[in-house]
Design a protein around this ligand. Structure first.
Ligand code: NAP
Length: 331
C-alpha cells in the first residue's frame, strides 16, 4: 500500500474562468481509519459545474470549500480497510470523498450494488440523473403531450431530462453546442429536434419548432437562451431553473432576463431547485432510471479523462463544452 496520499487543495478563490493555479497539489501522509471509519482508495472522480460556485465565498446552498481544504467532489472508490460494520475490504462505495487518492469515510458512503458500472453510478444513477428526474417530474410537473425544451441538452443532466420527457410522451427539443452533440441528440437519444446554439439563431429555430409555445423549459444554462425561451412560453408554462452555467465564471451578474414579463402574461411559473432536497427520495428515482437504462430507453455517455494530476484541467472542460456526457476522471 502507498505510504502517501496526493490531494488537490483549494489554493485561491477563482476570478473569472477557473484556473489550475486556483488549486495546489499536495502530498500528505496516508490517513488511518478510526472507529466507525473506512479507508477508501478513490478510483473515479465526478465533476459538476456547481464546483465553480463551491470555490467562492458567496451565499449559496452549501458552504464554500475553505482555502487549504481538499476540493469537494463526488467519487467512487474501493474500501481497503474497515472499522465500520457492514463495510468490508473490496466493497465499492460512492460519496463525497473529495479530490484525493485516499479518503476516510463513514456510514454516509453508499455501497454500490454488485456489478454496477461506476460511470453509471456517478451519472444517470447518481446526482445528475436524480436531478433530471425530480427537476422535470416534480418541479416541472411534466404532462403527456407537453412541448419540452432542454438547454445543455447533450450534457449529463440535460440528456437524461430530455429522454425522460420522451418516455412520458412529450415533444422534446434540445439546445446544445455544435453539430456533433446535436446529431447525437436526434440520432441516439431520440430527441425530436436539436438546435445548435453556437451556429444557429436560437429564437428563430424555437419559433419554427414550437409554433404553439413551450410548456416546459428545463434550463441548465441561463443567459440569452433563457431569454429566447421566455419569449416563447405557452400559457401555464413551467420554467425549471436547474442551473445557469453560462454565468458561473462571470464576475458581474448579467442583467436579468429581458422577457421575464411573459411569465405574467402567460400565467407561467419559474422555479429553481437543488437536488439535495430530493435525496431522501433518491432510491425512487434510481429504481426507475435503472429500469429505463436496462431497457435501453435511456442512453448515456461518459467523458472519461485519466490521471489524478489532471483534476483541475478536467473541471475546466465543463465550462468550454469540451465534455461529451458526464465528466469523469479515472485515477
Ligand atoms: P454537463 O451538462 O454534462 O456539462 C456542462 C455543459 O454546459 C457543457 O458540456 C456545455 O455544453 C454547456 N455549457 C458550458 N458553458 C456554456 C455556456 N456559456 N452557454 C451554454 N452552455 C454552456 O454538466 P451537468 O453536470 O449535467 O450540469 C448541467 C447543469 O445542471 C449545470 O448548470 C449544473 O449546475 C446543473 N445542475 C444542477 C443541479 C441542481 O441541484 N439544481 C444538480 C446537478 C446539476 P455545450 O457543448 O452544449 O455548450
Amino acid at each position: 500500500m502507498s505510504e502517501t496520499n496526493r490531494q488537490w487543495l483549494l489554493h485561491a478563490r477563482p476570478v473569472g474562468m477557473v484556473k489550475e493555479s486556483d488549486f495546489e497539489l499536495r502530498t500528505s501522509p496516508m490517513p488511518k481509519p478510526g472507529d466507525g471509519q473506512v479507508l477508501v482508495r478513490t478510483r473515479w472522480l465526478a465533476f459538476e459545474p456547481a464546483m465553480r460556485g463551491w470555490m467562492v465565498d458567496r451565499p449559496n446552498y452549501i458552504p464554500p470549500v475553505g482555502i487549504g481544504e481538499v476540493m469537494r467532489g463526488m467519487a467512487v472508490g474501493e474500501v481497503v480497510e474497515s472499522n465500520l460494520d457492514g463495510y468490508a475490504p473490496g466493497d465499492r462505495v460512492s460519496g463525497m470523498l473529495g479530490w484525493q487518492e485516499w479518503a476516510l469515510g463513514d456510514g454516509a458512503l453508499r455501497k454500490l450494488p454488485e456489478g454496477t458500472d461506476p460511470r453509471l453510478a456517478l451519472s444517470v444513477l447518481g446526482l445528475t440523473g436524480i436531478t433530471a428526474y425530480f427537476g422535470l417530474l416534480e418541479v416541472g410537473q411534466l404532462k403527456e403531450g407537453d412541448v419540452v425544451v432542454i438547454s445543455g441538452a447533450a450534457g449529463a443532466t440535460g440528456s437524461v431530462a430530455g429522454q425522460i420527457a420522451k418516455r412520458k410522451g412529450c415533444r422534446v427539443v434540445g439546445i446544445a453546442g455544435g453539430a456533433e452533440k446535436c446529431s447525437w441528440l436526434t440520432d441516439k437519444a431520440g430527441f425530436d429536434a436539436a438546435i445548435d446554439y453556437k451556429n444557429e439563431d436560437v429564437g428563430a429555430r424555437l419559433s419554427e419548432l414550437c409554433p404553439d409555445g413551450i410548456d416546459v423549459f428545463f434550463d441548465n444554462v441561463g443567459g440569452p437562451i433563457l431569454d429566447e425561451v421566455l419569449a416563447r412560453i405557452a400559457r401555464g408554462a413551467r420554467v425549471v431553473i436547474c442551473g445557469a452555467i453560462s454565468r458561473y465564471n462571470e464576475e458581474e451578474a448579467p442583467p436579468g432576463p429581458r422577457n421575464y414579463y411573459r411569465i405574467v402574461a402567460q400565467r407561467a411559473r419559474m422555479e429553481g431547485f437543488v437536488v439535495i432536497d430530493f435525496l431522501a427520495r433518491a432510491a425512487e428515482a434510481a429504481a426507475e432510471l435503472t429500469k429505463w437504462v436496462a431497457e435501453g430507453s435511456i442512453v448515456w455517455e461518459a467523458d472519461v479523462q485519466k490521471g489524478f494530476e489532471n483534476a483541475p484541467r478536467t473541471l475546466q472542460r465543463l465550462y468550454t463544452g469540451a465534455n461529451f456526457g458526464k465528466q469523469l476522471l479515472e485515477l
